[in-house]
Design a protein around this ligand. Structure first.
Ligand SMILES: Cc1cc2nc3c(=O)[nH]c(=O)nc-3n(C[C@H](O)[C@H](O)[C@H](O)COP(=O)(O)OP(=O)(O)OC[C@H]3O[C@@H](n4cnc5c(N)ncnc54)[C@H](O)[C@@H]3O)c2cc1C
Length: 261
């Protein structure tokens, strides 16, 4: 089955606690109303896991998570969104109009959804690390092939020291991110909290992937700007890495907060 996670709303993205989709208890069911946006897999999902406000009490214990299956009356895909990149992945705006779900569709305890969601975000953000260093490695491999065969000023571009050294720098950064990933795995295995390291890794992932892809595109010259060259697709796709799953700025906020700032 295809799943989707629906947290973001038109009025609340980085500030998750500002979300307005509501669940009201009605007997042994809940009635959900609201709108979610930018939801990956939203169009094709067999079910969505939706974070909603379930009480008016201030603080973080006023939210709950619900599983809403496709076809539930009142649940619709209001728009399929057109994006700069990730064009083979659907992204949707979802609408909930008096959607009635039984109590057993609530995940865990009522009021604890925000806490569960924050934990889920740690897994999602962690996945960004291998996606970044594997993706950046692929872009470099492709570019190395190009500069080896492209002859300019009588020799292959790969013989130009400035380009070779740039690639050496990127490979060094990739290795650092890879080792941070393994370090996080070891921390997780020994039961440690990895929020700080995952936030650092997510921040580095987006910045590194964008910079390397941009630098590699430059090595293609004019061909790097032509849609027939695969790197243009990478260039469009990697832009989301600093936004989806929590922006770079929010990662910096988390790191700074954990430092007591
Ligand atoms: C391709 C894609 C797929 C996505 N998939 C999903 C999904 O499946 N499910 C889901 O729920 N959401 C999804 N999202 C939404 C994503 O999580 C949000 O876009 C993201 O969290 C930012 O929220 P926002 O768009 O509302 O931006 P805003 O919160 O409006 O932020 C706008 C800008 O202001 C900056 N900013 C905000 N607060 C601060 C601050 N305190 N200090 C400094 N700068 C700040 C942000 O970093 C950003 O640069 C997806 C987004 C994209 C692009």
């Amino acid at each position: 089955m295809v799943a989707a996670i629906a947290v973001t709303e038109p009025g609340a993205g980085s500030d998750v606690a500002g979300l307005r989709t509501r669940a009201k208890k009605d007997g042994n069911a809940y009635v959900i109303n609201g709108t979610k946006t930018f939801i990956t897999n939203g169009v094709q999902a067999d079910f969505v896991v939706v974070l909603v406000r379930s009480s008016d009490a201030p603080g973080y214990h006023s939210f709950s998570l619900f599983v809403i299956p496709k076809g539930t009356p009142g649940f619709s895909v209001s728009k399929e969104l057109d994006k700069l990149g990730w064009r083979s992945s659907d992204t949707a705006e979802l609408f909930f109009d008096d959607v009635r779900v039984p109590e057993e569709n609530r995940i865990g305890e009522e009021g604890e959804g925000f806490i569960y969601q924050m934990k889920q975000f740690q897994h999602e953000r962690f996945a960004a690390l291998p996606m970044s260093y594997v993706g950046a490695g692929d872009v470099i491999d492709m570019t190395v092939e190009h500069i080896k065969q492209r002859v300019v000023f009588g020799k292959p571009l790969s013989k130009q020291q400035v380009l070779r050294h740039r690639i050496a720098d990127w490979l060094t950064e990739i290795e650092c991110l890879k080792q941070l990933t393994y370090h996080i795995v070891r921390m997780k295995i020994s039961g440690m909290d990895v929020t700080r390291e995952v936030s650092m890794g997510k921040l580095m992932s987006g910045e590194m992937l964008k910079r390397i892809t941009d630098g590699c595109l430059q090595m293609y010259g004019g061909m790097g700007f032509m849609n027939e060259t695969l790197i243009t697709r990478y260039y469009r796709d990697v832009r989301a890495a600093s936004i989806a799953g929590g922006t770079d700025e929010i990662m910096r906020e988390v790191i700074a907060r954990l430092e007591g700032l």
